[in-house]
Design a protein around this ligand. Structure first.
Ligand SMILES: *[C@@H]1O[C@H](CO)[C@@H](O)[C@H](O)[C@H]1NC(C)=O
Ligand SMILES: *[C@@H]1O[C@H](CO)[C@@H](O)[C@H](O)[C@H]1NC(C)=O
Ligand SMILES: *[C@@H]1O[C@H](CO)[C@@H](O)[C@H](O)[C@H]1NC(C)=O
Ligand SMILES: *[C@@H]1O[C@H](CO)[C@@H](O)[C@H](O)[C@H]1NC(C)=O
Length: 475
């Protein structure tokens, strides 16, 4: 009991050692008294000054802390600023040495890589004003222009927050600017010449484009969420597959601007974009597979996505390089109608056909990137359709038509595919079609056709007039 009392005061001594000394004395003096509850009462009384003093100490310490923190923050800011100044200077010195090095041309690839690495690193630590200085340095050194080689690989560089403004003392001529894949959030371009500029796949959330010349600029695949465009010249600018959700696209000159597969959901669009004044003779904006501000879609591109679905145009070559053997990678053969091919071709109105030999499979790869909005919202369907025939049919023979889905060009998970076995083929051409949803995240489709025959060796499959088109799911 006594020991624990002592421990209690010692605990308090952390707050204030002088107060703890007092109460510890008290505890020691009362040690011999027989009434234990009295002891506890006295102890509480005795501890009171300690607690009050302790609270005072804490409040005082907190106030001191706040003041110290403010000073520290100030010091930190100062240190950061000094640090940024040093980093910037070192970067500029290194760049000067690199560019003026007499072996620059000779070691061009190494030098460009070094510029890339140092640029990406320094930009991560700079403020928007110095980011702009680095940007102007790179542009003026002709390292980020696509009309001049060599240029550096600038993907991943962070130019966020920088402002480029035309003024009476500064021209802002940035034609042929090459900034693919950069991070440039909340950047401002005001009054600049950005003709032929490339911002492809750049992350430009919240960026602001005011009074620029953006003729033939390329914003393909860029993230332009919450971006603002106002009074720009947009002659033939390309926004294919850009994300323009919650953006503002005000007045400007919109001649033939490409909004294929653009997401305009919840954005505000000025009148001159959708209804260009007819007297100017402007070509309208291209709205194809476009998600409009209200969430509906513009017209969907329903063209055949397969290359050379018909055998006729390449008949004279006897092969087509657009279909390849899955194992052999050989081009697909084309045959002329011959009397010894007992296939009734009256329905096909053609005299050339694609020919798949027994047990062979041929495929064609196609991109559906221009349908990504529709696909990711689970609204995209495809229809694969064609005419199919078989020489010397047998009731166990079949032709297999398969559609594989993939996120990138080089990998096809065979788990993600749909197919049909076309059985019961006769010596007459038959029409077959495969209709299904395109699963979300699909960007590439491979169509394959396999000829599975079990009869005589004198067998092969034929197909012609094959199409694959995408359409919007009717909900
Ligand atoms: C630099 O790389 C390119 C392609 O990566 C190559 O064609 C060229 O020869 C290289 N130049 C030098 C000087 O190594
Ligand atoms: C070919 O098919 C058409 C229509 O299906 C039919 O009228 C014609 O008689 C057939 N010809 C032969 C040779 O079987
Ligand atoms: C996607 O659309 C753009 C613009 O219309 C076009 O230039 C491009 O070739 C299309 N890409 C594919 C893979 O069809
Ligand atoms: C196969 O064809 C025969 C006659 O041509 C027909 O009676 C039969 O229903 C067909 N079977 C299938 C599964 O289409």
């Amino acid at each position: 009991m006594d020991n624990s009392s002592f421990d209690f005061t010692r605990g308090n001594s952390i707050v204030s050692s002088s107060a703890a000394q007092t109460s510890s004395d008290v505890v020691t003096r009362k040690k011999s008294k027989p009434i234990k509850c009295m002891n506890i009462f006295k102890l509480t009384l005795a501890a009171l000054p300690t607690i009050v003093f302790g609270v005072f100490t804490i409040v005082f310490t907190l106030q001191q802390d706040a003041a110290a923190r403010a000073t520290r923050d100030q010091d930190q800011r100062q240190a950061d600023e000094t640090n940024r100044r040093i980093l910037f200077k070192e970067y500029m010195d290194d760049m000067r040495d690199l560019l003026l090095d007499e072996n620059f041309e000779q070691n061009i690839n190494k030098s460009l890589l070094q510029i890339r690495v140092q640029t990406l690193t320094v930009l991560r630590n700079l403020d928007p004003t110095r980011k702009r200085d680095v940007f102007l340095f790179l542009y003026e050194s002709r390292l980020i222009r696509h009309d001049i080689t060599p240029k550096i690989d600038i993907r991943g560089a962070d130019f966020s927050g920088m402002k480029l403004v035309q003024s009476s003392t500064q021209v802002c001529d940035l034609s042929f600017l090459y900034l693919p894949g950069v991070i440039a959030e909340n950047v401002i371009f005001d009054g600049c010449t950005l003709t032929y500029a490339v911002f492809e796949s750049a992350s430009m959330v919240g960026s602001n484009f005011l009074l620029n010349d953006l003729a033939l600029a390329n914003f393909q695949n860029a993230n332009l969420n919450k971006a603002k465009f106002r009074d720009n010249q947009m002659y033939e600018a390309k926004f294919t597959s850009a994300d323009l959700r919650q953006s503002f696209i005000g007045d400007g000159v919109y001649q033939n601007v490409d909004f294929t597969n653009v997401d305009l959901y919840q954005s505000v669009i000025g009148n001159s974009l959708l209804n260009p004044p007819p007297f100017l003779g402007l070509k309208p904006v291209i709205l194809l597979n476009t998600r409009l501000p209200d969430g509906t879609f513009s017209i969907i591109d329903s063209r055949n996505l397969l290359m050379h679905g018909r055998a006729e145009p390449e008949c004279h070559l006897n092969v087509t390089p657009h279909w390849n053997g899955v194992i052999t990678n050989e081009p697909l053969n084309i045959i002329h109608f011959q009397t010894n091919v007992p296939v009734n071709m009256s329905k096909v109105e053609d005299d050339c056909f694609f020919k798949i030999d027994k047990d062979m499979t041929y495929y064609q790869l196609l991109s559906v990137q221009n349908f990504s909005r529709l696909i990711d919202l689970k609204l995209a369907m495809f229809n694969l359709f064609g005419w199919f025939g078989l020489k010397n049919p047998n009731d166990k023979d079949s032709l297999t038509m398969t559609v594989h889905f993939s996120q990138n060009k080089n990998s096809f998970g065979f788990g993600s595919s749909v197919f049909i076995h076309m059985k019961n083929l006769t010596s007459s051409f038959h029409q077959h079609s495969l209709v299904n949803m395109i699963p979300p995240t699909t960007r590439f489709i491979a169509v394959s056709l396999g000829c599975n025959t079990v009869g005589s060796n004198d067998q092969f499959c034929l197909f012609d007039q094959i199409t694959l088109s995408v359409f919007r799911k009717i909900s």
